[in-house]
Design a protein around this ligand. Structure first.
Ligand code: FAD
Length: 282
């Protein structure tokens, strides 16, 4: 990675709203965030069908508002026939980029389907649609929680790159060394695509700690203990969180990362505050 003075591209992630009221709120949040000029916005996807229509509808709305948009698309439990149909639907909607994932099976859901790993989905998308889609895949600087070990996880990541991924978005992290080490090891293993750090603002300590345990992201002890020390004092949590995540983004920017991908949690304020501190966007 080399540092340049070029503006740092940013992207933003939303989840599909479940109610008409939620859709209105998200539309307002998007309007607040668009002045930051995201390269694209991505919309998450529920493995096993829970929010798939919501994903496509939200992506269509973003495209109609003049911004590029990418559905997240997970393959667990899916057949090749259904994936083929959905890819066709994406093409018809004017979609040119996809975040391709394995996903996690919802509890009580049947088998894996015809795809076992995201690398198989990436290969299938390339076989079926050539270079139509720009494909992003997931990367885990602190290791995917189901991986046997970090080396096996790097191997799995490299398989996604060899299958045709254009770029990677990382799970969030608060320890930049884990990210730098991941990029070094991936490159040593022959994977040279841009690895865009996923940035999770810190706004709520119990939610963050719960989330992080489930997805394999580490909240370092010094951050955890300070958050715990603030108790229910939301203003202090948010001020501290903004300082910590601004510093993290600064370190990443100084090291020349190819962009920042913000997990917005469908809220405008935290990402606006961060970008404001970083002098990004508007
Ligand atoms: P994979 O890359 O297939 O990896 C899954 C596991 O299998 C890893 O442990 C890997 O090491 C292992 N593995 C892979 N290939 C092999 C192999 N050949 N042999 C042995 N082991 C192998 N989930 C959703 O449901 N919806 C979303 O919208 C969503 N968006 C996300 C966005 C980002 C940026 C990230 C980082 C994650 C997202 N997730 C989402 C979560 C993701 O679906 C889960 O983390 C899931 O468990 C793994 O998906 P993957 O695409 O990383 O899988």
């Amino acid at each position: 990675m080399t540092h340049t003075n070029a503006p740092l591209p940013i992207s933003m992630e939303f989840f599909p709203p479940k109610t008409p009221d939620g859709a209105d709120k998200l539309a307002a949040v998007r309007q607040q965030l668009y002045p930051l000029k995201p390269t694209y916005c991505s919309v998450t996807y529920g493995a096993g069908g829970s929010t798939q229509d919501g994903t496509l509808n939200t992506v269509r709305a973003i495209l109609s508002e003049g911004f590029d948009a990418a559905p997240h698309f997970s393959c667990i439990g899916a057949s090749k026939a259904t994936v083929r149909t959905q890819l066709q639907q994406f093409k018809e909607a004017g979609i040119r980029r996809i975040v391709a994932l394995r996903g996690d099976l919802p509890s009580g859901y049947g088998g894996f389907g015809e795809f076992r790993y995201a690398s198989e989905l990436v290969a299938f998308i390339r076989e079926e649609t050539g270079d139509h889609f720009h494909i992003e895949v997931a990367a885990y600087p602190e290791m995917h929680p189901q991986a046997r070990n970090p080396q096996a996880d790097i191997k799995a990541y490299v398989a996604k790159v060899k299958a045709g991924a254009n770029a990677a978005l990382t799970q969030y992290f608060y320890n930049s060394d884990a990210y730098f080490r991941f990029v070094e090891e991936a490159e040593a293993a022959g994977a040279f695509i841009p690895v865009i750090p996923g940035i999770m603002p810190i706004t709520n300590s119990s939610q963050l700690l719960r989330f992080s345990d489930a997805c394999g992201a580490e909240v370092p002890r010094w951050i955890r203990t300070r958050l715990e020390g603030f108790g229910d004092d939301k203003a202090s949590i948010q001020a501290f969180g903004l300082d910590v995540v601004t510093d993290l983004c600064e370190q990443l920017r100084c090291a020349g990362v190819p962009g920042l991908h913000f997990y917005t949690m469908n809220q405008a304020g935290p990402v606006q505050a961060l970008c404001d501190r970083l002098g990004l966007g508007a």
